[in-house]
Design a protein around this ligand. Structure first.
Ligand SMILES: *[C@@H]1O[C@H](CO)[C@@H](O)[C@H](O)[C@H]1NC(C)=O
Ligand SMILES: *[C@@H]1O[C@H](CO)[C@@H](O)[C@H](O)[C@H]1NC(C)=O
Ligand SMILES: *[C@@H]1O[C@H](CO)[C@@H](O)[C@H](O)[C@H]1NC(C)=O
Ligand SMILES: *[C@@H]1O[C@H](CO)[C@@H](O)[C@H](O)[C@H]1NC(C)=O
Ligand SMILES: *[C@@H]1O[C@H](CO)[C@@H](O)[C@H](O)[C@H]1NC(C)=O
Ligand SMILES: *[C@@H]1O[C@H](CO)[C@@H](O)[C@H](O)[C@H]1NC(C)=O
Ligand SMILES: *[C@@H]1O[C@H](CO)[C@@H](O)[C@H](O)[C@H]1NC(C)=O
Length: 432
C-alpha cells in the first residue's frame, strides 16, 4: 500500500533526521568548544550535505539581475493579462520566465521584445489531485519552482514567483530581498488581507498572487525534493499551499514582508491604497477584480499612471504620510503618487492609519459599500503647507489630487521616510 510505504519512508526519514541532527548537534558542541573565543556563530548551512556549492560568499549588493522571476500564466489568461507583465518586466534588466501550458500566438509574436521568454509547464499527469473545488493546474504551477531552478541560470540569488496578474515594483523588491542573506534559507512573502483565508490556508503561507521569494540555496534544495513532496499533498487547493507545505517539511517558515499584497478584495481599493504600511510596495495582485485605481481611467491606464510615478520615486510609492497644518487646523494625509486627503481639524494619527473600508469583501460581492471619502474642503490651502510644498500637485477631474514627487533617492531600507519639512512632533509614523 502506498500509504504505509509513505509512512515507512517518513519514519526512515525521521530516524535519519534524528541521527543527522544528533551528529550536527555534536558538531556544534565541538565547534563551539573549539571556537569559544570567536564571536561569530557557525553558519548553519556551511558544509551540510544539503548546501550547494554555489554559496559563493560574495558581498556585492543584490541587484535586479540577481533575481529570477517565474510567472505562472496559461493560454486562457495570458491574452487578457499580458499588459500587467509589460508594466514591470523590462527585457534588458529583468530576468524572468513566463510559464504557459502551450505557446500562444501573442507570446510567439512578442517574446523577444517586451515579454519574458516562455517555458512550457512540465507534464504533471502522474501527480494526484483531489481537492473537490479546485483545479489540478495547481500542481504544474507549484512545479515551476523546480523548472526555474533547473534552467541553471547563473548568479541567481532569489527565485521569485508570481501570477500573470501580479505586478511587481522591482526596485523595492530588490531592496526588500537585499536585507536577507541569499545563501541562507529564506521564504519571503505575505499572507492575505482576509482573516478567513489565512485561517484556512495558514498565517504562515506566502500567498501566491502576492508573489513570494525563495533564496537560491533553499530553492535548489526544494527543487530536489519537490516532486516527491507533491505526491503527499493531493488534497490541497492551490500551488502556494503546496510550496508552503514542502517548505514546512524542510523546516522553513515564512518571513513576512508587508510590501507584498495579495489583494483579496473587490471594488474600490482607495481605502487600502491610501493607508498602506510603510514597507516599500513590492507587489499588487488581483487588479482584474478591483475598480481601476484612478478614476476615469481603464485598469491598464490607471496602472500605467501609477508606474509612471513609481519610476520617479519607487521607494516612496503609495507610502502614507500625515502632516498637520496647525495654524489653519487641517490634517493632510498623502499617499505618495496616489492621493492627498485633507481633513478639517487635527485628527489623531492612529485614526488616519486605519484602513477605510471602501472595498467589498469577496463574500459580500453584491453589497454596495458606500465608498465616499472625506475629501478636501480647502483646496486653495494645499500649496501653503510646509510638508507638501516640495511636490507639485495636479488636480484631476475628480476630487483626487495626483502627486508628482521629485526624485529623492530615499533608501527604502532606511527609516528616513519623513524628510518632508515641518512635521509636528505629534505627526509621523513610528518607525523601526
Ligand atoms: C567546507 O568544506 C571545504 C572542503 O570540503 C573545506 O575546505 C572548508 O574548510 C569547510 N568549511 C567549514 C566551515 O568546515
Ligand atoms: C565547487 O566549487 C569549487 C570551487 O569553485 C569547484 O572547484 C568545484 O568543482 C565545485 N564543485 C561542484 C560539485 O560543483
Ligand atoms: C565567486 O563569484 C565571483 C564573482 O561572481 C567569481 O569570480 C568567483 O570565481 C566565484 N568563486 C567561486 C568559488 O565560485
Ligand atoms: C536592450 O538591449 C538590446 C540589445 O542588447 C538593445 O538593442 C536595446 O537598445 C536595449 N534596450 C534598452 C531599452 O536599453
Ligand atoms: C504526460 O505523461 C503521460 C504519461 O505519464 C502521457 O500519457 C501523456 O501523454 C503526457 N502528456 C503530454 C501532454 O505529454
Ligand atoms: C541544468 O543542469 C542539469 C544538471 O546538470 C541538467 O540535467 C539540465 O539539463 C540543465 N538544464 C538546462 C536547461 O540546461
Ligand atoms: C469622468 O469623465 C467624464 C467625462 O470625461 C466626466 O463627466 C466625469 O465627471 C468624470 N468623472 C470623474 C469621477 O472624474
Amino acid at each position: 500500500m502506498p500509504i504505509s510505504r509513505n509512512l515507512r519512508t517518513q519514519y526512515h526519514i525521521k530516524d535519519l533526521s534524528l541521527i543527522i541532527s544528533f551528529l550536527f548537534f555534536l558538531y556544534l558542541l565541538l565547534h563551539l568548544h573549539l571556537h569559544r573565543s570567536s564571536s561569530t556563530l557557525p553558519s548553519f548551512h556551511t558544509n551540510t550535505t544539503l548546501s550547494s556549492n554555489s554559496s559563493n560568499t560574495t558581498t556585492t549588493p543584490t541587484t535586479l539581475r540577481h533575481i529570477l522571476f517565474s510567472i505562472a500564466s496559461s493560454s486562457d489568461t495570458f491574452p487578457k493579462r499580458n499588459d500587467y507583465i509589460r508594466l514591470w518586466y523590462k527585457p534588458n534588466s529583468t530576468r524572468a520566465y513566463l510559464f504557459l501550458d502551450r505557446p500562444t500566438p501573442i507570446s510567439s509574436l512578442s517574446t523577444t521584445t517586451t515579454l519574458p521568454p516562455t517555458l512550457i509547464y512540465g507534464n504533471t499527469s502522474k501527480f494526484p489531485y483531489n481537492f473537490q473545488w479546485g483545479h489540478r493546474y495547481a500542481i504544474r504551477i507549484a512545479r515551476i519552482v523546480k523548472q526555474a531552478v533547473e534552467q541553471n541560470d547563473s548568479a541567481i540569488r532569489w527565485f521569485v514567483f508570481g501570477d500573470d496578474d501580479t505586478v511587481f515594483f522591482t526596485v523595492n523588491l530588490v531592496q526588500t530581498l537585499a536585507k536577507y542573506d541569499h545563501d541562507r534559507w529564506f521564504y519571503v512573502g505575505a499572507n492575505s488581507e482576509r482573516y478567513e483565508l489565512n485561517e484556512y490556508f495558514s498565517f504562515e503561507m506566502g500567498f501566491g498572487g502576492a508573489g513570494f521569494a525563495i533564496s537560491h540555496s533553499l530553492a535548489r534544495v526544494l527543487a530536489r525534493v519537490l516532486d516527491s513532496c507533491l505526491m503527499r499533498y493531493p488534497h490541497l487547493y492551490g500551488s502556494d499551499a503546496r510550496v508552503f507545505s514542502c517548505l514546512a517539511e524542510l523546516g522553513v517558515e515564512l518571513t513576512h514582508e508587508s510590501g507584498f499584497h495579495q489583494v483579496d478584495l473587490l471594488g474600490n481599493l482607495f481605502g487600502v491604497l491610501s493607508s498602506l504600511p510603510l514597507s516599500p510596495l513590492v507587489s499588487l495582485h488581483h487588479l482584474d477584480f478591483v475598480d481601476p485605481i484612478f478614476p476615469n481611467m481603464t485598469r491598464t491606464q490607471a496602472l500605467e499612471h501609477l508606474f509612471e510615478v513609481s519610476n520617479v520615486d519607487p521607494a516612496r510609492i503609495l507610502q502614507q504620510t500625515v502632516c498637520y497644518d496647525t495654524l489653519n487646523s487641517f490634517t493632510v494625509s498623502v499617499a505618495w503618487g496616489y492621493a492627498v486627503q485633507v481633513f478639517e481639524g487635527n485628527h489623531l494619527l492612529s485614526d488616519l492609519l486605519s484602513v477605510e473600508e471602501t472595498f467589498k469583501s469577496w463574500e459580500k460581492k453584491g453589497e454596495d459599500l458606500n465608498s465616499e471619502t472625506h475629501l478636501n474642503k480647502a483646496l486653495s490651502q494645499y500649496f501653503e503647507m510646509g510638508c507638501i510644498n516640495r511636490v507639485s500637485l495636479k488636480r484631476g477631474h475628480d476630487n483626487i489630487i495626483y502627486v508628482c514627487t521629485a526624485p529623492r533617492r530615499v533608501d527604502p531600507a532606511s527609516s528616513q521616510m519623513f524628510d518632508q519639512g515641518r512635521i509636528p512632533t505629534t505627526a509621523g509614523r513610528p518607525t523601526g
